[in-house]
Design a protein around this ligand. Structure first.
Ligand code: AOS
Ligand code: ZN
Ligand code: ZN
Length: 439
């Protein structure tokens, strides 16, 4: 198989792939009904072309750890055909991107996915139209052969040698990312304590800050560092980067290349995430997202499956905040999925998540800003709600489908995935026992 001037190595030649012809055939079949629905919606939207273009441009990064079946501490039930190595993970994201043209990047996890040949991996990704988004370090697990343990934390650790190990790992991840063309590092620390008295909070914070500073120093000028926070798990009494306030403290102290990363599942119940997002944007400190959905905690469920209105409200703040700062919707924030699939086919789940993100984004683009400002200025609470809910209750799926069609993707990616029996073919290619690295 030819890729530009290079040839894909034999081991990277996937049997399963989706070609333009299959997409064209699928779209042709659905065109009449799609055309009707789109035309009807477009009639009421004077700026429909702009919205479709914005949807077309929007890309969501797929994490390398979300291509396999996720487990809980109680079990793991694989559906088969999981990618067995980084090359196959890239191929899976390639399938996804061919279906929706909205999943054009991969967020890599080290050490679950260490690239052995950078040039070959870059070539393979480029073959599928993929680039490398944020790199993710891991100091929450001990790896085989690792000299010191992270049992009692990594960057917060009382022992400087453990902290140094965590710093070195993060710097190594940056170096790997530079080889792949990534421009950001996400640091999620599991550090914290499970019992009162276990930790000196101030010292834990200061140790962590000192380590993050050393990692920050190693960042190339055009890189960003995302400091992800999480309320609890695996530690259940305190977390050293436990909420957006703590993350913002670190990011502010570190400097202008450091930002807060919001994972939707990392808050205490009923937290007002849209307000958090608005204020972080106002401060120029919102770096990006890990999209997922949850009912109770860090459930990592399909984005938009539990609280689609919340997702819309978050996008409403994002669009308003990004526009008021003159930001580029596609480039200035990191858009990533962070999910786990216990029951669903991982690729089907990811198709659904990307769709939900685009739907929420489209709804936010539909909000009548002037009417909302007017309602707010006159304390017309009823009208403010009407404005938001009018956008939320508009079925924008034809807009998202139209954007996909124009990008050469499938009008209905999930239907095509099933029609082509993609999973069946992957199982044939990789077997029923294939297991992907990840959580
Ligand atoms: C953990 O709960 C966080 O969401 C992390 O972002 C992520 O799941 C982990 O870093 C996987 O690498
Ligand atoms: Zn996350
Ligand atoms: Zn998480």
């Amino acid at each position: 198989m030819r890729v530009g001037n290079s040839v894909l190595p034999l081991t990277s030649r996937p049997v399963m792939h989706i070609d333009k012809h299959q997409i064209a055939q699928h779209n042709q079949r659905l065109e009449a009904s799609h055309g009707r629905r789109f035309a009807q919606l477009a009639e009421d939207l004077p700026n429909v072309e702009k919205i479709v273009q914005q949807l077309n441009d929007f890309q969501v990064a797929i994490p390398s750890w979300a291509l396999g079946t996720g487990g809980t501490r109680f079990g793991r039930f694989s559906g088969g055909g999981e990618p067995r190595n980084l090359e196959e993970k890239i191929a899976d994201i390639g399938i996804l991107h061919a279906l929706n043209r909205s999943s054009g990047s991969i967020s890599l996890h080290i050490p679950w996915d260490i690239p052995e040949d950078y040039a070959a991996i870059r070539t393979l990704a480029a073959h599928y139209g993929l680039v490398f988004d944020a790199m993710n370090s891991n100091t929450f697990q001990d790896q085989s052969g690792q000299p010191l343990s992270y049992k009692f934390g990594s960057m917060q650790h009382v022992d400087r040698a453990v902290r140094q190990q965590a710093i070195d790992h993060n710097i190594d991840v940056i170096k790997q990312g530079m080889e792949l063309g990534s421009k950001s590092l996400t640091v999620w620390l599991a550090d914290g304590s499970s019992f009162p008295g276990q930790l000196n909070f101030r010292k834990a914070f200061q140790n962590t800050l000192e380590c993050l500073r050393e990692v920050y120093e190693a960042l190339p000028d055009d890189w960003k560092m995302f400091v992800e926070y999480k309320a609890f798990e695996p530690n259940f009494y305190s977390t050293t980067v436990g909420d957006w306030g703590q993350s913002l403290l670190y990011a502010s102290k570190l400097g202008e290349k450091a930002y807060t990363l919001v994972d939707l599942g990392h808050h205490l119940p009923n937290a007002n995430i849209e307000q958090i997002v608005a204020l972080l944007l106002m401060e120029g400190k919102l770096g990006g997202f890990h999209f997922n959905d949850s009912k109770y905690g860090d459930d990592d469920l399909t984005t938009g499956s539990i609280k689609p209105y919340q997702l819309f409200l978050i996008f409403n703040e994002l669009v308003e905040g990004m526009d008021s700062r003159g930001m580029d919707h596609t480039k200035d924030l990191g858009w990533m999925i962070d999910a786990s699939h216990n029951l669903k086919d991982p690729l089907e789940d990811l198709v659904q998540s990307v769709e939900a993100i685009l739907v929420a984004y489209a709804q936010a683009l539909l909000v009548d800003r002037e009417a909302l400002i007017e309602a707010q200025a006159s304390n017309d609470v009823v009208q403010a709600q009407e404005v938001l809910q009018h956008a939320f209750r508009t079925d924008v799926r034809p807009l998202v489908a139209e954007a996909r069609k124009r990008a050469g993707a499938a009008l209905d990616p999930l239907a095509l995935f099933r029609d082509l029996d993609v999973r069946g073919k992957l199982i044939k290619e990789r077997g029923t026992k294939a297991v992907a690295t990840g959580l």
